[in-house]
Design a protein around this ligand. Structure first.
Ligand SMILES: [Zn+2]
Length: 294
C-alpha cells in the first residue's frame, strides 16, 4: 500500500519563542524533492541537515528533540503532527535556533501555515507501514500498543490526580475524524508545581499563559479550555508527531494508557525494529512487492 508523496507549493514562515529554551527562532518551511523526507535545516549553522527520523531522536517526558552531532532542534512534535496530518511527506524545515517556536501550544498555527503555502503532489509514492503483529511497550502502569487494522486509529487514556483533569479518554479515527477540528487546536499543558524544577533543568523557560494551559493545584489558571477533554486530545497530537519519526505513514489500531514522549519514543523504536525484522525474513520475491511491510 502506498500514498502519494506531497510537499508544499511555496515558502512560508513563522517566528516565536521556544517553550523550553525561551529562545526566539525563525522557522521557514521550504518545498523539498520527492524522497527527501522531512528534514530540519539549521540555517544559523551552515544549513546543517537533521532528518526527522527516530534514529536522530532523543525524547524526554516533556518534549521530543532531533539532533546530529552536538546540534539539535527541540520540541518538534507539534510541528511534525501538523506536517503529517496535512499529508506532507517531503519538506525542509529551516530554523535559525535550537527549538521550534511553541506559538499557542497547539498544532493549529502550523496547519494554517501549511494551508497558506498550499501543497502539491510529487508524482512519486511512499510505502505505508502496515502493522501485521501486535507490538507493545510498557513502563509500570503506562503502556502503548498497536494492533493490525485497515486504517490508523488512536485510543488514548490519561489519568492525572488533578481536579481539572482526572480520567480522560479519546478515540480518533484518521479516516473518519477531522484532525484540524478535533486534535490540532488542543494545547500543551503544564503544572505550576513543576515550574521551578523544570526551569532549574533548563526547561519551560519560554512557557507563559499565552502558550500553554497552566494548572495550579486547584484548577486551570488561564481558562477557558478549548475542549473539556483538551488534555487527552493534546496527548494524541503529541503521539501523532512522535509517530512521524517513523518516516512514513503507519496503519494500525493504537491503544495508549498514560504514556508520554519517552514511551512514545520506545514504541516507535520497537515498531521500526519489527518492520526491519519482517523485511529481512520475507522471501526476496515477496520483499520487492511488499516493500511497504504491508
Ligand atoms: Zn505537546
Amino acid at each position: 500500500m502506498y500514498v502519494q508523496r506531497k510537499t508544499i507549493s511555496a515558502r512560508v514562515g513563522i517566528t516565536g519563542i521556544g517553550l523550553h529554551s525561551g529562545i526566539y527562532t525563525r522557522l521557514e518551511l521550504h518545498p523539498a524533492p520527492a524522497g527527501s523526507g522531512i528534514t530540519f535545516v539549521r540555517s544559523d549553522l551552515d544549513g546543517l541537515r537533521i532528518p526527522a527520523l527516530q534514529a536522530s531522536t532523543t525524547a524526554l517526558d516533556y518534549a521530543t528533540t532531533v539532533g546530529r552531532d552536538d546540534v539539535s532542534v527541540g520540541t518538534v512534535e507539534h510541528l511534525l503532527a501538523a506536517i503529517v496530518a496535512c499529508g506532507i511527506t517531503d519538506l525542509d524545515v529551516h530554523i535559525d535556533g535550537p527549538e521550534v517556536p511553541i506559538i499557542d501550544g497547539s498544532a493549529l498555527p502550523f496547519m494554517h501555515l501549511i494551508d497558506a503555502a498550499g501543497s502539491r503532489h510529487l508524482g512519486d509514492k511512499i510505502p505505508v507501514l502496515r502493522i501485521t503483529e501486535p507490538i507493545e511497550v510498557s513502563d509500570g502502569d503506562k503502556s502503548i500498543r498497536i494492533a493490525p487494522a485497515n486504517r490508523l486509529v488512536i485510543k488514548y487514556r490519561i489519568d492525572f490526580e488533578h481536579p481539572s483533569i482526572g480520567r480522560e479518554a479519546f478515540h480518533f479515527d484518521f479516516q473518519q475524524d477531522n484532525f484540524l477540528r478535533k486534535i490540532a487546536p488542543a494545547r500543551t499543558f503544564g503544572f505550576m508545581r513543576d515550574v521551578e524544577k523544570l526551569r532549574a533543568a533548563g526547561l519551560a523557560r519560554g512557557g507563559t499563559v499565552e502558550n500553554c494551559i497552566v494548572l495550579d493545584d486547584n484548577g486551570v489558571l488561564n481558562g477557558p479550555l478549548r475542549f473539556k477533554d483538551e488534555f487527552v486530545r493534546h496527548k494524541i497530537l503529541d503521539l501523532v508527531g512522535d509517530l512521524a519519526l517513523i518516516g512514513r505513514p503507519v496503519i494500525g489500531e493504537i491503544t495508549a494508557n498514560r504514556a508520554g514522549h519517552a514511551l512514545h519514543s520506545r514504541f516507535v523504536e520497537k515498531i521500526l525494529r519489527a518492520s526491519e525484522a519482517e523485511a529481512a525474513a520475507a522471501p526476496a520475491s515477496r520483499r520487492r512487492a511488499a516493500e511497504s511491510f504491508a
